[in-house]
Each structure stands twice: as structure tokens, then as C-alpha cells.
Design a protein around this ligand. Sequence first.
Ligand SMILES: *[C@@H]1O[C@H](CO)[C@@H](O)[C@H](O)[C@H]1NC(C)=O
Ligand SMILES: *[C@@H]1O[C@H](CO)[C@@H](O)[C@H](O)[C@H]1NC(C)=O
Ligand SMILES: *[C@@H]1O[C@H](CO)[C@@H](O)[C@H](O)[C@H]1NC(C)=O
Length: 290
Amino acid sequence: MLRAVTGGQALLPPPLLLLLSALLWGPAAAGNPELPTAVNITWSSINFKTILQWQPKPSGYFYTVEIHGHTSDTKRKCILTTETECDVTDLLRNVNETYTAHILSVPSSGMDNFEEPPFAVSEKFTPYKQTILGKPEILNYTQKGSELNVVFEDPLTPYTFPNGSFESIRDIFQHDLQYKLSYWKDQSSGKKERTTTSHTFEVSVDGTKNYCFYIQGVIPSRRENRYGQESTVLCTSVGRTILDEYGAEVFIIIAVIAIAVITLAIVLSVVLCKRKKAKAAREKEPLNGI
Ligand SMILES: *[C@@H]1O[C@H](CO)[C@@H](O)[C@H](O)[C@H]1NC(C)=O
Ligand SMILES: *[C@@H]1O[C@H](CO)[C@@H](O)[C@H](O)[C@H]1NC(C)=O
Ligand SMILES: *[C@@H]1O[C@H](CO)[C@@H](O)[C@H](O)[C@H]1NC(C)=O
């Protein structure tokens, strides 16, 4: 069929012919260098869960992802997909290995041809060096006297031990992993920091003030992505009274309203009383008239 189009060359001007052939046969042409290859290939990886994304949406062809490592065999995933992303977590189990992904553009009729499909190559990716540390979960925090205490746990990875329980990021990073606590007096901006290699922080604070804080993982040996995602910000509340919570204004407003209501009640009862008397006086009048 390709030959038939080629045969038409004499009848059609070359640009028109090219367009026609691209429209009719472009996506189906095996090994055709014009078959679109993936662009904007990105690795997104948090706590070793890693997803490859690329563009554009395919039309008339498929993508297949191939993961190449230095020491491991090439493996395929998301075979003949029409998606533009692929979860490759399970192919990157060797976390210290440097991987590249090939995104193959496979023609719809790709099953019966022997040519290598065109492909695009991703940037290199080393999970151990590049995965982003996710938010740590804060389990408990207290401020007793002048000590602020924060207990948290390691984020889990998608990888499991032989017994089936999930490995945490500490199981993988071990002594490369620390955590940083950032804390400050509530409503002030002067931040202080503390790091730990354990799962708790104990810091001395001003026992009469409330403090706010968050924590995040740190890999000190990294140059990039050294700091992980920040946990949610939490604040302590020591010796808080209702007045602290709602402010003095609320009490003033309540007092003003109360005074107004009382005043109104007095004024109203006085007015009603006067009217009643006046009415009684008026009712007596006709009698007087007779
Ligand atoms: C690739 O990314 C660039 C910049 O973000 C964007 O302008 C371009 O449209 C993207 N390419 C495709 C095919 O979507
Ligand atoms: C990965 O490499 C680091 C040093 O770069 C090493 O400390 C660590 O033990 C290695 N981890 C694994 C699972 O091989
Ligand atoms: C599974 O094995 C790991 C490491 O050997 C261990 O730390 C963990 O406690 C085990 N989990 C269960 C549920 O037995």
C-alpha cells in the first residue's frame, strides 16, 4: 500500500503527497522516523514511589516503557499503553542503581514488523539520590513546663520486607537520614531549628508561650533534594483561657449588648406603664362627661 502512494508521486506535488501519506499511513508506518516520540519526560518520585510522565497523548500509536539499569537487565512496563504516565516503582528496586527510561513509540500495527520502534530517552535517575522525602507523620506532641516534646514516625516506602511489612525510608537510608524540627513562638517569626537521628525532639522553650512547629526529613549527604516535604504545622496551647482564645473584644461586645437589652427593657416598661395610665385616665373621661 505504501507503494501505491509512492506511485502517485507523478500526479501529486511532493509536499501534498507527504501530507497525504502522513495522514493516511504516518502513524502506521513501521520504524517511521516521523512517528512522534515522547517529549518532556519527567521522573516524579516520593519515598521511592516513582512515576514517569511524558507527552504528547498518542493518537494512532502506543507507548511502551523500557527501564535500563547499569547492572540489571532491561525490563518493560506499561506495554502498549495509551497513557502518558507509568508507575515504574517495582522496576527500580535496586535503589542505588542509576536508571534511564526509553519511551518507545510503537505503531498500532507494530505486532507484525521487525523494526526497532523509535524511542525517546529520559534523564538518568538514581532513586537513592533523587527520591524526595515525603512528609513525616507527627504522632504526638506536648509542651510541659519548659520542654516541647515531639514524636513522629518515618514515612513508608512502597517496598516490602520478605514478611510483607513495608520498609520505611529509614530502613533504606539508615544513617544517612536525619529529621529537622523548625519551631517558633506563636505569632512571632524568629524560627529555631533542631535536628535528630531518632524519632523524638526534646527542646527547651519558654513555658509561658505557645509554640508552632513542623518537621521534615534531611539527607545531609545530598546536594539536591536534601530537605524533604514539610509536615503539617502544629501549635501547642499552654494555659489558654477563654479570654486568650476569643480576645477581650468579645466580652466588651457581650457587655454592651447586655446593657442595651436591659436599658431597652426599662424604657419599654416605663413607656407601657405610662400608656396604661393614660388609657385608664381616658376611659374615665366619658363618665366624667355625663
Ligand atoms: C513540553 O514542555 C514545554 C514546557 O513546559 C511545553 O511548552 C510544551 O508544550 C511541552 N510539549 C508537549 C508536547 O506538550
Ligand atoms: C546506597 O549507597 C549508599 C552510599 O552512597 C550506601 O551507604 C548504602 O548502603 C547503599 N544502599 C544500598 C541498599 O545498597
Ligand atoms: C518484618 O521484618 C522486618 C525486618 O526484618 C521487621 O523489622 C518487622 O518488624 C517485621 N514485621 C512483622 C510484622 O513481623
